[in-house]
Design a protein around this ligand. Structure first.
Ligand SMILES: *Cc1c(COP(=O)(O)O)cnc(C)c1O
Length: 228
């Protein structure tokens, strides 16, 4: 049952927050519903889950339209500039901005939609060639260039670290993302008056991510089961 899975994850989030001396209310659970049917999203909504993560624009669009305002959708997949319009219009937060061209496209569409669009900069902390994200040393420049884009608001950073069997081995990557985020915020590139958002941690490692400061964890399999 989705409801039981959600309750289990919430308990684990609380325990990890307690261990780190953090308030669990500052951690948002994003239920990653990619490639899962709307019926399961409905079940999660009925259990009180608000935030959902999707990786594909077309799939997200269909689900969001069908749900007619129920739920909040986070875009967490790699995003092409030519799909930025739907993502900007329909999503609550875009987690995967990693280049200026994409940022500019999102800004233009946000302006057309008359909204300020909240975004995260995705950072490739593990420097993996197959993964999206700006390299850590290039994040500051991207954040600086994005200051010109009046309809985007940089809320923080997101990462997809390298896969490791032991979640402890992922800790240094989470820590690196937090340090980078704090550094950008200290420089005023992320609003110093708002909370720095750190989107990190998935089914296998979200507790370690919380210990390292995650404010958003993206959990799919542990809620909805394995994907085909
Ligand atoms: C699929 C996905 C997740 C969820 O992964 P699980 O291991 O199923 O929890 C989280 N973040 C991103 C970016 C994803 O693509």
């Amino acid at each position: 049952m989705i409801k039981d899975n959600l309750a289990t994850i919430h308990n684990r989030i609380k325990a990890a927050a307690a261990k780190a001396g953090r308030n669990p209310d500052e951690i948002t659970l994003i239920a990653v519903s990619k490639r899962k049917p709307i019926s399961l999203i409905d079940e999660a909504l009925a259990a009180g889950q608000l935030d959902f993560g999707e990786n594909y624009v077309q799939e997200a669009k269909e689900k969001i339209e069908e749900l007619a305002g129920r739920g909040r959708f986070h875009f967490i997949g790699s995003l092409q500039s030519n799909k930025a319009g739907d993502a900007a219009r329909l999503c609550h937060l875009i987690h995967t901005v990693d280049r200026l061209k994409l940022a500019k496209a999102l800004d233009k569409h946000a302006a057309a939609a008359g909204k300020i669009l909240a975004v995260l900069i995705q950072v490739n902390v593990g420097r993996e060639v197959q993964k999206g994200g700006v390299l850590p040393e290039d994040a500051e420049q991207l954040a600086r260039q994005m200051q010109e884009l009046a309809n985007l608001e940089i809320r923080g950073l997101m990462t997809m670290p390298p896969h490791r069997q032991n979640p402890e081995d992922v800790r240094p990557f989470f820590r690196k993302l937090r340090e980078l985020g704090q550094n950008l915020q200290a420089k005023g590139l992320i609003d110093p008056k708002s909370r720095l958002e750190l989107s990190m941690g998935m089914s296998g490692d979200f507790e370690v991510a919380i210990e390292e400061g995650a404010t958003m964890v993206r959990v799919g399999t542990a809620i909805f089961g394995a994907r085909e």
